[in-house]
Design a protein around this ligand. Sequence first.
Ligand SMILES: O=P(O)(O)OC[C@@H](O)[C@@H](O)c1c[nH]c2ccccc12
Length: 259
Amino acid sequence: MILDDIVEKRREQLEREKENFPLEDMKEMALNSRRVSLDFKAALKADGISIISEVKKASPSRGIISEDFRPTEQAKAYEEAGVDAISCLTEEHFFKGADKYLADIRASVNLPILRKDFIFDEYQIYEAKVLGADAVLLIAAILSEEELIKLSRLAASLGLFCLTEVHNEEELQKVVRCKCDIIGINNRDLKTFHVDLNTTKRLAKLVPYDAVLVSESGMKNGNDIKEVKEYGADAVLIGETLMRSGDIKNTINELRGSL
Ligand SMILES: O=P(O)(O)OC[C@@H](O)[C@@H](O)c1c[nH]c2ccccc12
């Protein structure tokens, strides 16, 4: 199963990271960071539908998405087009991401940044802080309830927001029990890669009214956004459509339905 393979590879990447830079040092750096996070949650709750735009070179379902991949330029173009937040992949093997991309983007844009990765170890949370992220992704499918609580508490203690991702009822119930306040509904099943916007429709009804709801994956145009907005989404997370766009401003306007 692909999700297991990704986590397995991610463990290997993590071991390398820990060898290069031990936990104690990473922790110290994170705790010494004086940077105040940008308010990821407020950005998603802003009027209208908020857009989180993703910087992603490749994915296991799509292969290479962007041949001429320039992460910082991409993020700057998103900022100029008026998006509300940026998501940056840091997983190396399947998504061809890198920590450096996030750090570089941090130095050039002034929007909240989500570290998009497969996070299961406290090291990755400290590292997110050091890289300059404002938020981290936690995927309910790969974390137990105890882990979700532990990692989200640690993130909060560092001033990081958590976007907690679910794909089915059981995962949603789990994150609601953990009182996660920013809930991502992934329209893509990470086990089969099948995309269905009805996932948002089905699960949105079970999301607590005071949580921020993000619909993730598979959206291609303004109609898709309108659809998930009707289901109750406060924000959308869009990657491939924007990575493939030749005119980001135009595509963002089209997605917002303002053309
Ligand atoms: O490129 P898309 O279909 O617009 O999807 C973006 C984002 O939702 C997707 O990259 C994603 C959602 N959850 C994830 C978890 C890990 C890695 C990637 C993801």
